[in-house]
Design a protein. Structure first.
Length: 436
């Protein structure tokens, strides 16, 4: 094993040996190299006369650039976005995102967190979670409805095994705490380490836990950890902040799990992607919360994460990071976010109002939703894929089928005036299929 990786492992083992044991084989082997990158960083500090270390081109003391590129980016100096960004991410952005985590999640007060590491989008953050913590045949506990990319990331890339619990009760009225607890306890009894991903607001159903549900979920995981099972929890907060109802919890469940027990590793995966509506900028973050007596273990995890990035994509977009950082510093940033939040909230409320009409009751049931971008319906007597194709062909309407009975609707891209016509089209399509 590389001596740098061994040094990081020794730091982690000294502070919390359970964290070290939970790392995957790749996670144990990862490190951030000290070669060219370290030498370039040292040269940046001391080489005031001539610096010929980093692999970019310069001219007149500034980054060499093409006007055909830079003319489309007025108001930003090319030196702020054309050079490589650090594998960890721009330091100022990392610090700013961390300070915002504490503002958005007041329960984190007095908890020790890592400095967020910048990823190339939230999908990349999920991939880092898998590389760092998942070995072949490890168990990943997920709801029976989940974002399909998890299968590629955890199973195809890292050969994990998925075990499911029922996300909702049979009447589709609430999160199925009983099924979650039963599955967690069963797998904890069979495995030394379990992994779960908690995705709220949920893709595809658009559900977030209430305060009481969040406490129950956290208590279940803490209880199995206290009994001796090591628990890795990925908090997939891709749609964080888009909570539309009063009873819905407004903080990430990461706040309840970070540092809660020595046998729990909480990994918060979030980003500007949906929170700031910058999908194509590909800026996400990975933040760690573990039980430790000093910051050294968190710094070691940051270095391993940066090494994972360095060996994969090298670094996230410098331009994307610069734009997000400048946006967060804008005096109108919070006002603009509030305006977009209210727009999405109005669409969710409109759907709930429209679906009170009993004419839909015989055709489908509605999964509980209160947040995020999506909502789902469960069809009563027609096939979801057949309905999807029929709606495309006859009504020029596009939705997503999931399994035999479920349809996902992205209300994030619906205008208010489209809501009722959409559900009437769905109803008409169902009746068409019923008639054959």
């Amino acid at each position: 094993m590389n001596p740098i990786a061994q040094e990081l492992n020794d730091i982690i083992k000294t502070s919390n040996p359970f964290v070290f044991e939970m790392l995957s084989d790749m996670g144990k082997a990862l490190f951030f190299p000290k070669g060219i990158l370290t030498q370039s960083a040292e040269a940046k500090q001391k080489a005031g006369k001539i610096n010929a270390t980093i692999g970019i081109a310069k001219e007149g003391g500034h980054v060499l650039s093409l006007p055909s590129i830079t003319r489309y980016l007025q108001g930003i100096d090319p030196d702020e976005y054309l050079p490589y960004a650090p594998s960890y991410g721009i330091p100022e952005l990392r610090k700013k995102w961390k300070s915002e985590l504490f503002k958005k999640n007041p329960s984190l007060e007095n908890k020790t967190l890592s400095l967020p590491v910048v990823t190339s989008g939230i999908t990349h953050g999920i991939s880092i979670l898998s590389d760092m913590w998942v070995d072949k045949n490890d168990v990943i506990i997920l709801p029976d409805m989940f974002w399909g990319n998890y299968s590629l990331t955890f199973c195809v890339r890292n050969s994990a095994r998925l075990v499911h619990y029922k996300a909702y009760d049979d009447k589709l009225t609430r999160f199925n705490i009983e099924s979650f607890e039963k599955t967690i306890q069963e797998q904890a009894g069979l495995n030394d380490k379990i992994i779960t991903v908690l995705n709220f607001p949920h893709n595809p159903t658009g559900y977030s836990l209430s305060l009481s549900e969040a406490k129950q979920v956290a208590d279940i995981l803490i209880a199995v950890a206290q009994k001796g099972t090591k628990v890795v929890v990925g908090c997939d907060d891709a749609y964080f902040g888009l909570f539309f109802e009063n009873e819905t919890g407004k903080e990430s469940i990461f706040s309840r799990l970070a540092g809660a027990d020595p046998r729990i590793v909480a990994v918060k995966i979030d980003g500007a992607t949906k929170e700031d509506y910058v999908w194509g900028l590909r800026i996400g973050f990975v933040t760690y919360g573990v039980h430790c007596d000093n910051d050294l273990v968190l710094e070691a995890l940051e270095k391993k994460t940066a090494g994972c990035i360095r060996g994969n994509v090298s670094n996230a977009s410098h331009l994307g990071q610069t734009l997000v950082l400048k946006s967060m510093a804008d005096e109108n940033y919070e006002r603009h976010k509030k305006e977009k939040f209210e727009l999405l909230q109005a669409r969710a409320q409109k759907i709930k109002e429209v679906l009170k009409n009993p004419k839909y009751n015989d055709a489908f049931e509605v999964y509980p939703f209160n947040s995020g971008y999506f909502m789902c319906i469960r069809l009563k007597d027609v096939n979801a894929e057949q309905l999807r194709l029929h709606l495309l062909d006859r009504y020029e309407t596009g939705l997503i089928s999931m399994g035999e009975k479920n349809i996902r609707i992205a209300f994030s891209c619906l205008e208010l005036d489209d809501v009722e016509p959409l559900f009437d089209i769905v109803l008409n399509g169902i009746n068409d299929l019923r008639r054959g």
